[in-house]
Design a binder for this molecule. Structure first.
Ligand SMILES: Cc1ncc(C[n+]2csc(CCOP(=O)(O)OP(=O)(O)O)c2C)c(N)n1
Length: 395
């Protein structure tokens, strides 16, 4: 069992390494919240998910990651990127980055009838963000096994809540959101010690986070004379035979413009109009063995999910050193044609922009045969991909 002194000693050992010039990295020490966390972790069981932040050392220790292992990972430049698949420990150093993922894991656990729970720790910086509101509202509405815990130290880096929000420090929250208040004992990042940078050894980005090896997908020849839209319908029907969930708005009510007619309704998850949330839900469900197909009815709307796609879907496998995989299929439509003119913000094609932003495959099929091939590749892969369907090909 971890006691308060263990936590304090651990962070002191990290300070020692820093002063010894062994940590030329960004890291954030925990401190001042030992008693509160020890109390909260009495409720957290082995097997429960713990989602944490850039300031994760205490959470990791209390969730069972051995101190030596944690220290080694910190020495390897991974203080902000602590993951443990076996212990269901996950982090994001992007403020607000975990909250939708937590909702997705909780939805999957509930669907499976699991007794496990999700505990998502966030700073009061995340309380600043609308992402927490949409995720907590979803968790509350569907009574999902997820608790958000705001660790309020009245600081975002050095800025107090009053400076950020005027007098609105404590907005009303749903019952799945708890908050405790504490006073920090360390500066926001590192310590105030000046170290001799000439003594530090800095490795490359690739050394710290080796790029993923290319994936070899099985060769398959597709022979299809289906029209573009018929091929999409066929692909969706085929995907439905796997452990797929179709996530988005208008997937049940409207069948994603008639393309999900061959899929069982129980596999369709109708979501709020909250693209970041629905993408996070997909990420979270993928951790629990589902194959999410996330449907964005126009490319324009996908931009609202840029954080979930570019910072999370794209990086999770690499920054977790392969511990977490994200086999989500981002199914997007470019509304480049329509019987009704819908204007510049409803018909954009961001394919080239995304090709510059992410390293997972982006397929842009232009025939029925290519549609079938693209979705075959998607389901055969253990990685994410984006498939861009063009409305003009539907006609
Ligand atoms: C989306 C995003 N914006 C800004 C940052 C830079 N940043 C890192 S930590 C931090 C402050 C976070 O404050 P809080 O969530 O209260 O956590 P604390 O550091 O106080 O534990 C900021 C703004 C970030 N990591 N992600």
């Amino acid at each position: 069992m971890i006691i308060k002194q263990d936590l304090l000693d651990f962070e002191q050992s990290i300070v020692g390494l820093y002063k010894d010039c062994k940590l030329p990295f960004l890291f954030h020490l925990s401190g001042g919240n030992e008693d509160q966390l020890i109390e909260i972790f009495k409720e957290i069981k082995e097997g429960d998910y713990v989602l944490s932040t850039h300031r994760n050392h205490y959470h990791a220790l209390l969730h069972g990651i051995p101190a030596d292992e944690l220290r080694n990972r910190i020495l390897d430049g991974r203080s902000m990127f602590i993951y443990d698949r076996q212990k269901n420990f996950f982090t994001s150093a992007i403020i607000g980055g975990t909250v939708a993922i937590a909702a997705g894991i909780a939805l999957a656990l509930k669907k499976k009838g699991s007794k496990q729970k999700v505990w998502c720790f966030v700073g009061d910086g995340t309380e600043d963000s609308g992402h927490l509101f949409e995720a907590a509202r979803y968790v509350e509405g569907f009574d999902l096994p997820c608790t958000y815990i705001i660790e309020d130290n009245n600081r975002s880096v050095t800025t107090t809540s009053d400076e950020r929000w005027g007098g609105a420090r404590n907005p009303a929250w749903f019952s799945c959101v708890r908050k405790y208040i504490y006073n920090i004992t360390w500066p926001h990042a590192r310590t105030d010690d000046i170290i001799d940078l000439k003594r530090t050894v800095v490795k490359t980005h690739e050394d710290y986070f080796p790029p993923l090896l290319p994936e070899n997908l099985p060769e398959s020849t597709v022979d299809s004379s289906l029209s573009y839209k018929q091929a999409v319908i066929q692909s969706m029907t085929d995907l439905g035979g796997y452990n797929t969930v179709f996530i988005g708005y208008n997937v049940k009510n409207g069948n994603a413009t008639g393309t999900l007619t061959g899929v069982d309704d129980s596999q369709k998850i109708e979501t709020p109009v909250a693209e970041n949330l629905m993408t996070g839900i997909g990420i979270g469900m993928s951790f629990e063995g589902y194959r999410p197909v996330i449907y964005y009815e126009r490319h324009d709307f996908m931009m609202v999910a840029a954080d979930a796609i570019v910072n999370h879907v794209n990086h999770i496998e690499r920054i977790s050193h392969g511990e977490y995989k994200v086999p989500v299929i981002l199914r997007s439509v470019v509304a480049d044609s329509s019987p009704f003119y819908s204007g510049p913000t409803h018909s954009q094609d961001f394919t080239d922009a995304f090709k510059n932003l992410v390293s997972f495959p982006i397929y842009v099929p232009s025939s029925g045969k290519e549609v079938i091939q693209s979705y075959k590749n998607a389901i055969n892969s253990s990685r994410p991909c984006m498939i861009v369907e063009k409305k003009s090909y539907y006609l």
